[in-house]
Design a protein around this ligand. Structure first.
Ligand code: NAD
Length: 254
């Protein structure tokens, strides 16, 4: 078992379609201990049973836009576990209004919110948990190809993902001094709650099925497998990377 006894903190399970659920299930199979964040009571009602199903240790509230909640989460985890071996950051949000039409119409508030939840949160979580991360620990965040290329309607989220990916590289240097690694997984499109906010998402799925080298879309289990590698010592010398799990779509030209 590749993650035997490793303590993994998972931010971003909303339901059993979430990418973070696929990652958590794979971690569980590899022997990891798990704890899950939630935002608000509605999500807690879904996350508590998932924690139980996957044999997790505990759940905790954490709205990543609230510094006090992030600090509170770190205090709680310190008390429960002392140290952490892996953080999965699988969190993003933008207003539905900003996920269709012209990017140029993005409001200042919409831009600020998308960047805050989807990019700055990685920085704030790393900072809050830095003291708990054991040497050799691994941080994994979730990104998408819309950071590099224009994907219709992805708009402000593409800009947020570009900031997230750059943050991975800068954080790799800061955390690397302590032997802590951080990488991003750039997953192909998957039908989840967050994805349902993107106008015309089905067209993206259809396009990938036709054009990706593997002629199919990725699953949350595909992402889980790659996350196991990035969390485990198999990737001990890998940091600051964006690893594509997209059935090869990103290599395509015409
Ligand atoms: P999801 O809706 O299942 O997960 C998104 C999570 O973000 C939810 O658990 C939600 O509660 C959490 N979240 C939103 N605002 C938050 C806040 N203020 N504080 C704390 N948590 C908050 O959707 P998903 O597709 O599994 O998304 C997970 C990650 O994967 C996101 O970063 C997303 O951009 C990324 N991603 C998704 C796809 C896709 O096609 N679904 C592809 C590549 C990358």
């Amino acid at each position: 078992m590749l993650l035997e006894g490793k303590k993994a903190l998972v931010f971003g399970v909303a339901n059993n379609k979430s990418i973070a659920y696929g990652i958590s299930s794979a971690f569980r199979r590899e022997g990891a201990r798990l704890a899950f964040s939630y935002v608000g009571e509605a999500i807690q009602k879904r996350v508590d049973p998932i924690c139980e199903e996957l044999g997790g240790d505990f759940t905790f509230p954490c709205d990543v836009t609230d510094d006090a909640q992030v600090a509170g989460a770190a205090d709680l985890v310190r008390e429960k576990w002392g140290t952490v071996d892996c953080i999965v950051h699988s969190v993003a949000f933008a207003h539905r209004d900003d996920l269709h039409g012209r990017f140029i119409d993005t409001s200042r508030d919409g831009f600020r919110l998308a960047l805050d939840v989807s990019a700055y949160s990685l920085v704030s979580v790393c900072k809050a948990f830095e003291g708990l991360l054991a040497p050799g620990a691994s941080v994994i965040t979730m990104t998408y190809y819309g950071s590099q290329k224009v994907i219709t309607n992805y708009n402000v989220m593409g800009v947020a993902k570009a900031a997230l990916e750059a943050s991975v590289r800068y954080l790799a240097v800061d955390l690397g001094e302590k032997g802590i690694r951080i990488n991003g997984i750039s997953a192909g499109p998957i039908k989840t709650l967050a994805a349902s906010g993107i106008s015309g998402f089905k067209n993206i799925l259809n396009h990938i099925e036709e054009h990706a080298p593997l002629r199919r879309n990725v699953t949350i289990d595909d992402v889980g497998g790659s996350a196991v590698y990035l969390a485990s010592d198999l990737s001990a010398a890998v940091t600051g990377e964006i690893h594509f799990v997209d059935c090869g779509y990103n290599v395509m030209g015409i």
